[in-house]
Write a protein that binds this ligand. Structure first.
Ligand code: ZN
Ligand code: ZN
Length: 418
């Protein structure tokens, strides 16, 4: 079995790994859009035979989870390639496509199911459901020709599904020849080496605290697709005796997934339809999208009348209309619940200026979607692979300082897995 990482050995995101068996059959693990590519900017497909013209030796594309930096280039392939993704991840992408021009639905040939092996030509593939900020995310065990490769995808050990990580450590697949491991928090300057990330559970406590000390609305700006965070915010709202308000996009995505995720119909959960989403519905003529949530809908007037009764989880693009409507006031609080680097980008700077002008405080409540260095080390110890190959890191060169058996490989070059 041989392997070629097309993208990801020098950067976080854009991951793409091609694996070839002795008989020439191949699978591709992830086909991500680089994070540094602008919206709408065309990105060339990696040089994998079968992506731009039919090649029957390409047996499948396995997408680990529904984050753009892992599936983004798979949305509009010029030829049909059998794509595999978790079933809930696929439903999430279907639901998101209407609202988010950068999201896209994938036509799936099959679905990844936790610890259910399946075969593609000479390959046996076993997905392992993992804890990550992306929903329905998997690590993948790829076996062929007596060789075993474990690709982590993106994962963490401190989220709402941390038990999955502990189970993997307790019951690791044995005899791993190569571990292709993400290293988002392996940084060139080592700044994250010792960092212990807050769990979603302690984050929930902090959301409760801010609700209790805020006299107005608490408005959380987050990602509609980070369902772990939605659970955290909803639970905090319940504890603080506030009604949780989500936008139509968030409500639609949540309703597309499993019934345990807070969604319309849940106690003390209401749906706000921001201007931009209302226009989108109107232009598309898909009024059933709004009709479906009619019983749970909340309008700005009701929010503005008693803002202290509400905790909102909405996109940051709603800030201006919430300020204008008197929902978010100087008595309220804005919470940034995503990576804080976005606040330094032009849209983030505009948001900060807008909130400052309205004298609304902004705090940052967030925890990483990726494993700490300590958890990466625990995984390497548990799997005890013959080799560790870095991916999804800006500092693959530093892996040798942190893990045993590191074999650094460059982008675009074939190497033997065993
Ligand atoms: Zn990623
Ligand atoms: Zn991810």
């Amino acid at each position: 079995m041989r392997v070629r990482i097309h993208r990801g050995t020098e950067e976080i995101g854009g991951s793409c790994v091609e694996v070839e068996a002795a008989d020439g059959g191949r699978v591709v693990l992830d086909l991500g859009r680089p994070l540094d590519a602008g919206w709408g900017e065309p990105v060339a497909l990696p040089a994998v035979s079968g992506l731009t013209e039919h090649d029957e030796t390409l047996l499948g594309l396995l997408t680990s989870h529904p984050h753009l930096d892992h599936y983004g280039l798979a949305v509009e392939l010029p030829v049909e390639v059998p794509i595999y993704l978790g079933s809930e991840a696929a439903r999430l992408l279907d639901a998101a496509a209407f609202f988010s021009p950068v999201s896209g639905a994938l036509r799936c040939a099959g679905h990844l199911v936790d610890r259910m092996p399946f075969e593609l030509g000479p390959f046996t593939i076993t997905p392992y459901l993992v804890d990550h900020s992306g929903f329905d995310a998997y690590s993948l065990l790829i076996e062929a020709d007596g060789c075993r490769l474990f690709y982590t995808g993106d994962f963490r050990g401190h989220g709402r599904k941390a038990a999955l990580f502990e189970r993997l450590l307790r019951e690791p697949p044995g005899d791993i020849d190569v571990l292709v491991m993400e290293g988002t928090h392996v940084r060139a300057d080592g700044a994250h080496d010792e960092v212990v990330f807050e769990t979603e559970t302690t984050l929930e406590d902090r959301f409760v605290e801010v609700c209790e000390r805020t006299a107005g609305a608490v408005v959380v700006f987050g990602s509609a697709q980070n369902l772990d965070r939605l659970v955290t915010v909803y639970r905090a709202a319940k504890r603080a005796e506030r009604t949780c308000v989500v936008d139509l996009y968030g409500a639609t995505v949540a309703a597309a997934t499993r019934s345990t995720i807070p969604q319309p119909g849940f106690d003390a959960l209401r749906v706000y339809v921001p201007n931009r989403q209302r226009v989108r519905v109107k232009e598309s003529g898909q009024f059933d999208r709004v009709a479906r949530i009619r019983d749970h809908r909340v309008f700005p007037e009701e929010l503005a009348e008693a803002p202290e009764r509400f905790l909102l989880h909405v996109p940051s693009s709603t800030a201006a209309e919430l300020l204008r409507a008197g929902v978010l006031t100087a008595r309220g609080l804005a919470v940034w619940s995503m990576w804080d680097g976005y606040l330094d980008e032009p849209a983030g700077v505009r948001l900060r200026d807008m909130l400052a002008a309205a004298e609304v405080d902004l705090v940052h409540l967030h925890t990483s979607g990726h494993a700490s260095v300590a958890d990466l080390q625990r995984l390497v110890t548990a799997l005890a692979p013959k080799r560790v190959v870095p991916i999804h890191s800006e500092a693959g060169d530093r892996f040798t300082e942190l893990f045993a058996g590191v074999d650094r490989q460059p982008d675009g070059v074939w190497w033997e897995a065993a």
